[in-house]
Write a protein of this length. Sequence first.
Length: 98
Amino acid sequence: MPLERGEISETAGQPRYPWYQKLAAVLYAFFCFEIGVMLLLLPWLDLWDHNYFSTLAARWPELWMSPYLRGAVSGIGVVDIAIAFIELIHLRRFARRS
């Protein structure tokens, strides 16, 4: 049944999202959170001290062990966790409005 001029349908303006877009948004938020936690914690574990990249060049070990570099990597992890929480808040776009 066609709408008369001036009438607005109940579903007009509400985009319908396919299931794969919803799943992709949830997986993206989970991925950002997981990477953020890894970047936040990894520089302060013993695993950080014993790896391939820290021995590639002669001066890299002192840079690699620097608390400034570790803090910068952890800061990127915090930003990544914040992105994950912002994406979780934006998941409201998939909710149906009544």
